[in-house]
Design a protein around this ligand. Structure first.
Ligand code: NAI
Length: 273
């Protein structure tokens, strides 16, 4: 049986993923702001160092997998924090724990992105570049400015929409770039992303506590229903299995068909010379 770290352990998809792993007999090291074995704020450099240190301690230096699930939504009124939590958090954690994953016979990492990366038209290219360069302070400052691209009526209910969609966009790009470098690929550590669509968790339902109607939702829901945390946890588990070989750098949409409905002709994209 393996040892797996799960961030976002206390709620939603993280809690569901931890339950699936525990059910399969694995040891789960939970990380969250509350109700977890390791309490750490992944939105800060100090919190990330604490998390890495304590995961290494709890796993005795060898990890079979990480599910980096902790994150926030576009309704947070702090675009800078959204970038720090959703992008710099998982990246620092995965980079810090890569050596521990490499010590496993079958190290696996999976991160939770979002289909907002490709279905929300407010991706800020400067923010993408700053994130990929690892410039957290500049990215945090720019994230606030990036919001101006979104119309006021969108910002009214999603005050961090641009930072949110951009954080998930650049996370997917980071996964594709990173998974194929020798330190990951040749060490046998597989790194993939899941891009969920609308999933019924506290993050999505918010303070109202009631689910909206899928047929009048802001994005198409071809299956006529929202996702449930267990449906994401299923794929998290598959990516973390030792048997999940020969797939790395992939981004799997688990979104009830939303991305396919909105952009049917945008994927695959033909290679150009
Ligand atoms: P949730 O709110 O139920 O769970 C998120 C967990 O992350 C919470 O336990 C929270 O305490 C933890 N967390 C938040 N900020 C943190 C920080 N700074 N440090 C440590 N832990 C922190 O939300 P849900 O829906 O399960 O979200 C999981 C992931 O899925 C997030 O990355 C979110 O952005 C992403 N996502 C969610 C979608 C949805 O419709 N629910 C759609 C697409 C992506």
């Amino acid at each position: 049986m393996g040892t797996y770290a799960v961030t976002g352990f206390a709620s939603g998809m993280g809690a569901a993923s931890a339950a699936v792993l525990a059910e399969a007999g694995h040891t789960v090291i939970g990380v969250d702001l509350r109700d977890a074995q390791i309490i750490a704020d992944l939105g800060t450099p100090e919190g990330r160092s604490t998390a890495v240190e304590q995961i290494l301690q709890a796993s005795e230096g060898t990890l079979d997998g990480i599910a980096a699930i902790a994150g926030v939504g576009p309704d947070l009124r702090d675009p800078a924090a959204v970038m720090s939590i959703n992008y710099f958090g998982p990246v620092a954690l995965l980079e810090g724990l890569r050596p521990a994953l490499a010590r496993s016979e079958a190290g696996r990492a999976v991160v939770i992105g979002s289909n907002s990366a490709t279905t929300v038209p407010f991706i800020d290219q400067t923010l993408v570049d700053l994130a990929l360069e690892g410039e957290e302070e500049s990215a945090r400052r720019h994230a606030v400015k990036a919001q101006e691209a979104a119309p006021a009526e969108v910002r009214a209910f999603a005050p961090s929409i641009s930072a949110y969609a951009t954080s998930k966009f650049v996370l997917a790009r980071w996964v594709r770039r990173t998974a194929v470098v020798p330190e990951w690929g040749r060490e046998g550590v597989l790194l993939n992303a899941i891009a969920p669509g609308a999933v019924l968790t506290p993050l999505m339902i918010g303070s109202t506590g009631t689910a909206p109607d899928p047929d009048s939702f802001s994005t198409p829901m071809p299956l006529g229903e929202f996702g449930r945390p267990e449906e994401i946890a299923f794929w998290v588990h598959q990516f973390l299995r030792p048997e999940a070989r020969f797939t790395t750098g992939s981004v799997l949409y688990v979104d009830g068909g939303t991305d396919a409905a909105m952009r049917p002709g945008d994927f695959p994209t033909a290679m150009t010379f």
